[in-house]
Design a protein. Structure first.
Length: 329
């Protein structure tokens, strides 16, 4: 009995979000040998991912290291940095389709939507302010995830001894989703649920990169709808993309998936603030379509992935809570 209890404690020190990252980077290691990557690129990827996996395991397995005043914040915020690394590494496996078969399929659906009289009427009637707003929203898609985590990171810590939410009618939503309020869950559980939601959404998008070789419509078609307006923030968005993007269109949209997952994860603990994040997530999804950063189907699929990731993380948390209640006397 003592050995099984000790083994359970050791196995649960790694957060589910960290296990997700370990699985993803391990899969990239395997893919680097299965697919044709340049030798120097493969060596660099293997060395970097082995070190990162070792760091994640060290932070999760060493109780003193994982809870120290210095390394604990590093552990809490590290997924934000590893998301960017996962994006860059996934781009190594993209092989462009010279025929642009998917692009020519997706653009047909976009033309029907963006050339409709309702969309064009709205763009002309609200110009240039709607265009400015959408470009600003797209620029904000990068800090939304860390801002969402900061909103939970700065919340009041849970009182000692409270390991999980109390199952009452007041903290249950109409759909049965647990709505923990201040102090209902430990900080580590809250952080893990947030990152699990966001990582499931974004890493899924990154994982299916090679299956959907697309070119951003802004590059291939240059078909921004509505009237021409002074570029302003658009030039800044394009400057960022030219330097940080893998220069491929993502299906599903990782931007839409990440901000949707963030909004739902924040709303689970801070409902009022979650509404603000949901409005921002919807605006970013629309901005990706208007600015031709993504096709419409990319954005819609990304939103669905974000919702699915939140549902899965909620299920994982419930199962973990029931297990804790069973083990804890």
């Amino acid at each position: 009995m003592a050995n099984s209890t000790l083994g359970g404690k050791l196995s649960t020190q790694l957060r589910f979000a960290e296990k997700t990252l370990l699985a993803f980077f391990a899969a990239l290691l395997i893919a680097s040998f299965a697919l044709s990557l340049p030798g120097t690129t493969r060596v660099a990827l293997v060395a970097l991912n082995v070190m990162l996996c070792g760091l994640l395991v060290a932070l999760g397995k060493d109780e003193r290291l994982g809870r120290s005043l210095i390394t604990s914040p590093i552990r809490d915020w590290l997924p934000a940095l590893l998301m960017l690394l996962a994006y860059r590494e996934s781009g190594l496996f993209i092989q462009a389709d010279p025929a642009h078969r998917l692009d020519h399929l997706f653009i047909l659906w976009d033309q029907r939507l963006l050339r409709s009289r309702w969309v064009e009427g709205a763009l002309y009637a609200s110009a240039p302010w709607l265009q400015y707003y959408l470009e600003m929203c797209y620029l904000l898609c990068y800090p939304v995830v860390p801002l969402g985590f900061a909103a939970l990171y700065l919340r009041e810590p849970a009182p000692a001894g409270q390991r999980g939410p109390r199952r009452t009618q007041k903290n249950l939503s109409s759909r049965g989703v647990l709505r923990p309020r201040g102090g209902a869950e430990s900080r580590s559980v809250v952080f893990d649920r947030f990152w699990t939601t966001v990582l499931l959404a974004t890493l899924f998008c990154y994982a299916v990169y090679p299956a959907f070789p697309l070119t951003p419509p802004r590059v291939l078609f240059n078909d921004v709808p509505g009237p021409l307006v002074p570029p302003l923030l658009r030039h800044l968005n394009l400057w960022v993309l030219d330097r940080l993007s893998v220069q491929a269109c993502v299906f599903p949209s990782a931007h839409a998936a990440a901000v949707t997952a963030t909004a739902l994860a924040v709303g689970a603990y801070r409902p009022r603030l979650g509404i603000l994040f949901c409005v921002m997530a919807l605006s970013i999804a629309v901005a990706t379509i208007y600015g031709r950063y993504h096709y419409t189907v990319d954005a819609l699929a990304g939103v669905l992935v974000g919702v699915a990731a939140f549902a899965i993380s909620t299920r994982i948390r419930r199962l973990g809570y029931r297990r804790d209640r069973t083990i804890t006397p």
